[in-house]
Design a protein around this ligand. Structure first.
Ligand SMILES: [Cu+2]
Length: 293
C-alpha cells in the first residue's frame, strides 16, 4: 500500500515536471513570434469622434538638383514607353518638395497613452504600387503593418520587384508582362524600405511601414495631411530620400480635440545650412511650439 503511493508520487512529480518544461517551451516560441503578438497586443483603438489632423507643407530651399535623364537602353521597351524617364529623388516645384514621407514617430495622447503602444486595426483595402513606364508609381508610399500591398505591372515588359528591408523579410519576385498583381505585406514597422527592380537598375521607390495609420506623402505642391489623429502631443518627422538612409526633420506638435496642428518642414541647401549648428539649437527643442496653434 505504502509502496504504491510512493510510485504514484514519483509519477505525479514527473508529470508536473514535463508539463512545466513544455509550458516553458511554449513561452519561448511565443517570444520568437513577436510580430504576430505585436499585431494582436492590447485593445484595438476605437474612434472617440475627437480626432484631429496634422497638416503642413514641405518646402525645398535653394536650388534643387536637376533631374537626370535615365539611359534606359538596357530595355528598349522602357525607352519606347517612357522616353523622358528621369531621376525622381528630388522632385521640386515652386520651392515645394514632393514625395517626402511625413509620419508621427512617437508622442502621447491627451489621455496619457503612448501612441506607439496603441493597437490600430489593419486597413482592409490594399495599397497599390504600380510599375508603369519603367518607374514606380507612386515613388514613395506608406502601408500599415500587415496591410496588403498590391504590386501591379502595367508595362509590356518584365519587372523584378525587390524590396531590401532591414527588419522585415527580404524577397524578390519576377513579374512578367500580363502577370497578375503580386500581393505582399510587411509585418514590422520600418522607415523606409528601399525597393529596386533587378531588371532595370534605375528603378527605385520607398515604402514606409508603420503600426499606426498616421503618415502621409507630400504631394506635388508639398502639402500633406495626416487624418484621424487622437488629440495629443506628438513628434512628427518628415523624411526625404538620399544617401545612405535619407534625411529627417523633426517637429513637436499638439493636436487639439477636433482640431488641426500645423507642421511645415524644409529640406534643401538653406535648410541644411540652418540645421548645421543643431547641437547648439537643441535646448530650443525642449520648448513646445507655444502659440503655433
Ligand atoms: Cu523593372
Amino acid at each position: 500500500m505504502f509502496k504504491q503511493m510512493k510510485v504514484w508520487l514519483v509519477l505525479t512529480t514527473i508529470f508536473s515536471l514535463v508539463a512545466l518544461v513544455s509550458s516553458c517551451n511554449k513561452t519561448a516560441t511565443n517570444e520568437g513570434a513577436a510580430p504576430t503578438n505585436d499585431a494582436t497586443a492590447g485593445e484595438t483603438y476605437k474612434s472617440t469622434g475627437k480626432e484631429g489632423t496634422v497638416t503642413g507643407v514641405v518646402a525645398y530651399t535653394g536650388t534643387p538638383p536637376a533631374p537626370k535623364k535615365i539611359d534606359a537602353s538596357a530595355d528598349p521597351v522602357c525607352g519606347q514607353q517612357n522616353p523622358n524617364l528621369s531621376t525622381e529623388d528630388t522632385v521640386v516645384k515652386d520651392g515645394k518638395l514632393a514625395n517626402a514621407f511625413v509620419y508621427i514617430k512617437d508622442g502621447t495622447t491627451a489621455d496619457g497613452k503612448k501612441i506607439t503602444a496603441i493597437t490600430f486595426a489593419t486597413p482592409t483595402d490594399a495599397v497599390t504600387l504600380n510599375q508603369k513606364g519603367c518607374h514606380y508609381v507612386p515613388h514613395v508610399l506608406g502601408v500599415q503593418t500587415n496591410q496588403k500591398l498590391k504590386i501591379v505591372n502595367s508595362d509590356p515588359t518584365q519587372h523584378n520587384i525587390h524590396p531590401t528591408p532591414k527588419v522585415n523579410q527580404e524577397w524578390n519576385q519576377t513579374q512578367p508582362n500580363g502577370a497578375p498583381p503580386i500581393e505582399k505585406a510587411f509585418t514590422r514597422a520600418e522607415i523606409l524600405i528601399p525597393v529596386k527592380c533587378n531588371q532595370h537598375p534605375w528603378m527605385n521607390s520607398y515604402i514606409g511601414v508603420l503600426k499606426h495609420p498616421f503618415y502621409a506623402v507630400s504631394a506635388e505642391d508639398g502639402s500633406y495631411t495626416i487624418k484621424g489623429v487622437p488629440p495629443g502631443t506628438y513628434t512628427v518627422v518628415a523624411w526625404h530620400e538620399g544617401r545612405p538612409t535619407g534625411t529627417e526633420k523633426t517637429m513637436q506638435v499638439t493636436v487639439p480635440a477636433n482640431g488641426s496642428a500645423k507642421a511645415d518642414f524644409a529640406f534643401g541647401e538653406a535648410a541644411a545650412a540652418a540645421g548645421k549648428p543643431s547641437l547648439e539649437m537643441m535646448p530650443a527643442l525642449d520648448v513646445p511650439m507655444i502659440g503655433r496653434h
